[in-house]
Design a protein. Structure first.
Length: 360
């Protein structure tokens, strides 16, 4: 439960004033006084203040016990893998509220009667304060107060959830922009333009295909600037063009294969440009062989999309900060509540991206 103390103080004061005035007016209405006369009557003022203090104490006790119960349930959820349902939590809060209101009413009423009117506790418990009508009245009043408290608490929760969603959206956009910058960087552009120029001289037909693929890549990146996730089918079309550029640049050194099962998941979502990050990671952390190829396989495994590659590690490889994979894992966590899974062995390296049916 979200506790907004300022709002609770205002709400408790309003409820206390209204209920105390209503109770005092009901008690004094047969005295033959107008409401204006009641407001200047000492006994009326004392009775109103008495009821106000009683209402504030009951309300405060409800807030404190509800916060304590919420803390216990949160600890229980953190300890167990299966959290309580909202309905179960609400039932617990409601029962706690009613019981707290009833017990605190009688405890505080007896205490205040002793302080304000010198009525001993023995006389209080043997008097008419424990009649069923009083009991029913305090139950109905507590239910009314609980409904108000729940309404404001849920309003606060929705507001905090909206703020959290906005923060998540901003974080995703920042991560997305960083990924896009890598693709639009001058270094990437100049490298491919140099490859294109040299290819034009050697093979004009291949150069034309290279230029078309290069154009598709840039068009795709610009189109997806505002998309945090996209369909696997779109990513596959993009990555085929991207691998083609790399193979032209590295003389067909990447043996990229897509398993048939992957084609069945073309409508599933994944973080935008995630496949490009993984392919780039293969090139960055492996030696491009002068003979032979680096085997790379895209497949479905354990409900996720896995990019596997054999290792051709660089002999003097400097440890990388892994910013690209960290960025991808963060985006996956923000989007789908699951991080990527990395498997690093002596002869192979693979990354598993969770797949989801979440719509655009």
């Amino acid at each position: 439960m979200v506790v907004n103390w300022r709002r609770h103080i205002v709400l408790a004061s309003i409820i206390g004033i209204l209920t105390s005035l209503a109770i005092s007016y009901y008690s004094f209405q047969d005295k033959g006084m107008t409401f204006g006369e009641m407001l200047v009557n000492y006994r009326f003022i004392k009775n109103t203040f008495f009821s106000f203090v009683l209402s504030i104490l009951i309300y405060a006790t409800n807030v404190l016990t509800s916060s304590f119960v919420c803390m216990l349930m949160d600890r229980r959820d953190a300890k167990n893998s299966l959290p309580m349902s909202k309905m179960y939590r609400n039932i617990v809060f409601f029962i706690n509220g009613v019981l707290t209101s009833v017990f605190s009413y009688y405890i505080f009423l007896g205490t205040l009667l002793n302080l304000f009117y010198d009525i001993p506790f023995s006389k209080f418990f043997s008097g008419n304060h424990l009649q069923f009508g009083n009991f029913l009245g305090i139950v109905l009043l507590s239910v009314f107060i609980l409904l108000i408290v729940f309404t404001f608490a849920y309003h606060d929760q929705l507001r905090l959830l909206e703020i959290k969603n906005k923060e998540m959206e901003i974080a995703l956009q920042k991560s997305q922009i960083e990924s896009m910058k890598e693709q639009l960087s001058p270094h990437f552009l100049f490298n491919n333009l140099n490859v294109l120029i040299s290819t034009i001289q050697e093979d004009p037909v291949k150069a034309e295909q290279f230029a078309r693929s290069f154009s598709k890549i840039y068009r795709y990146v610009l189109e997806k600037l505002d998309h945090t996730s996209c369909a696997l089918g779109d990513e596959l079309a993009f990555i085929k063009d991207y691998v083609y550029l790399l193979n032209v640049r590295y003389d067909n050194a990447i043996d990229f294969e897509i398993s048939d099962e992957v084609e069945k998941y073309v409508d599933i979502l994944l973080p935008t440009l995630s496949l490009q990050i993984l392919i780039e990671n293969v090139v960055k952390h492996n030696t491009i062989p002068s003979e032979g190829k680096i085997k790379v396989l895209l497949k479905i495994e354990e409900g996720g999309l896995v990019l596997w590659n054999e290792r051709c590690a660089k002999p003097k490889q400097v440890d990388s900060a892994g910013v690209g994979l960290q960025n991808l894992s963060k985006r996956s966590q923000l989007l789908f509540k699951q991080e990527i899974e990395i498997r690093d062995s002596e002869d192979s390296f693979s990354v598993r991206i969770p797949l989801t049916q979440i719509s655009h």
